[in-house]
Design a protein around this ligand. Structure first.
Ligand code: PLP
Length: 478
């Protein structure tokens, strides 16, 4: 395909939008400029391909398609069927999964689908069987009341937030925490690693219905075979949320014990993080959960987004190509180069390094909070996000960590030498930043001091690092 085609496609699209609301066209153009100019180290972000982006912007958005492929509640869904079936087929082949459900609109939604599929399978179905009825509408008022109480009285065991777990794994601010009685497992304070014996102990004591594996801020591999054994030993359903590292599974960097798909009963993911697809979610599962998973809409999801499912099919087709495995390996090589560069310069890293796509810097080593470090880096053209570290003394708002990840910069083509230079820029900013004071002289967790000239200098160096690796090189909006 000619490079010209991409430019023409996006330029024409903006022209059409500009005729209706020019400020939106301007914002879309400005966003491309911003993304091109920032050194993006946000571990959960990436850059989807032009083909993936274009698959989302069209009349598929106009179609209602409640139901599943071939079984819709609306007429005229044959083309939606085509793309949904394709996306599911690519997902099954890519991950070696028995079943794939590609309708979830996001990672949170995929988790909700999974939780309700497990509750339906483990709690609702046995209740229906016991009452000798086929569906919930046939239960007596008393049986229905008892079932609702039971659905709301189940247990979940997941990774603690400060060890890198996710809010949707049973924490109170999220609906999962209001649905489930939750307990969490952390990491060993000495090594920062998951202590599987402690997980097994917690499972034995707590007897969860669901054991959740997966994280958004843990820089190491997880042994899913061991977690499955733990789940089996207490009769729990084993769910893995691979939202962050799906790209490393797809690219066969995580195989064997570290590939969740053969070990988990049910796997959820986003499609827009390391997997590099459109913003969305997905559920993979064993055959026995497939029917319940397929009820995701209208159980917890709004109508499917056919345009996003089309883009998922495109992105998953891309991920099945051999060069995606190369990309996935480069993500990890880059994260390790970044970690080594930081360690060599004296940074303190949670677990002392990484074997996935992310690195967690404990910025207390620089005398800063995560909030101060995040802002100082942003002033210097480096986009990261603050994140708790295990047993964080500064809580979830200020934090003591900076999470950085390499999927986005790897997509742009930066390599290990540039990661070392990136480590130098980060280390320079963090060593030159000092914690600020409140008006009354007490230490502030938010204020900081950084010479603006130094910040400008680093920002220019960051731009220079990016210059040989233009983002969307084929797209010229001018
Ligand atoms: C990002 C993430 C999610 C949420 O994904 P959204 O698409 O933002 O809803 C869920 N779980 C984990 C582990 C994540 O990292």
């Amino acid at each position: 395909m000619s490079r010209n085609a991409e430019s023409t496609a996006f330029r024409s699209a903006l022209e059409v939008i500009r005729a209706v609301e020019p400020r939106v066209a301007d914002a879309i153009g400005a966003e491309l400029t911003d993304q091109r100019e920032s050194l993006k180290l946000i571990a959960s972000e990436n850059y989807a391909s032009p083909a993936t982006l274009l698959a989302m912007g069209n009349w598929f958005s106009d179609k209602y398609a409640e139901g599943t492929v071939g079984r819709r509640f609306y007429a005229g869904c044959q083309n939606v069927d085509t793309v949904e079936a394709l996306a599911a087929e690519h997902a099954r082949e890519l991950f070696g999964a028995a079943h794939a459900y590609v309708q979830p609109h996001s990672g949170i939604d995929a988790n909700l689908v999974a939780f309700w599929a497990v509750l339906a399978d483990r709690v609702e179905s046995p209740a229906l069987k016991k009452a000798q009825v086929r569906q919930v509408n046939d239960l007596t008022e008393a049986d229905w009341f008892a079932l609702r109480r039971e659905l709301g009285n189940q247990r979940m065991l997941g990774m603690s937030l400060d060890a890198g777990g996710h809010l949707t794994h049973g924490f109170r601010p999220n609906i999962s925490g209001k649905m489930f009685d939750q307990r969490s497992y952390g990491t060993d304070p000495a090594t920062g690693l998951i202590d599987y014996d402690r997980v097994a102990e917690a499972a034995r004591e707590f007897k969860p219905l669901i054991l959740v594996g997966g994280y958004s801020a843990y820089p190491r591999k997880v042994n899913f075979r061991i977690l499955r054994e733990i789940a089996d030993s207490v009769g729990a359903t084993f769910m893995v949320d691979m939202a962050h590292f799906a790209g490393l599974v797809a690219g066969k960097v995580f195989t064997g014990d570290f590939d969740p798909v053969p070990h988990a009963h049910i796997v959820t993911t986003t499609t827009h993080k390391s997997l590099r697809g459109p913003r969305g979610g997905m559920v993979l599962c064993q055959p026995e959960l497939a029917d319940q998973v397929d009820r995701g809409c209208p159980m917890v999801l709004g109508g499917p987004l056919p345009h996003v499912m089309a883009a998922k099919a495109v992105a998953l087709a891309e991920a099945r190509r051999p060069d995606f495995a190369d990309y996935a390996q480069r993500i990890v090589d880059n994260a390790q180069a970044l970690a080594e560069g930081l360690l060599r310069r004296g940074a303190k890293l949670v677990t002392g390094g990484t074997d996935n796509h992310l690195v967690l810097i404990d910025v207390s080593g620089y005398g800063l909070t995560g909030r101060q470090a995040e802002q100082a880096l942003l002033d210097s053209g480096i986009v990261t996000n603050r994140n708790s570290v295990p047993q964080d003394p500064n809580g979830a708002w200020y934090t003591s960590g900076i999470r950085i990840g390499t999927p986005a910069l790897t997509t742009r083509g930066l390599g290990t030498a540039e990661m070392d230079q990136t480590a130098e820029l980060i280390h320079t900013v963090l060593t030159q930043t000092t914690a600020g004071a409140n008006a009354d002289g007490t230490a502030s967790k938010a204020k900081y001091n950084l010479d603006p000239d130094l910040a400008d200098k680093v920002a220019r160096q960051a731009t220079d690092l990016l210059a040989p690796h233009p983002l969307y090189p084929a797209i010229d909006l001018a």
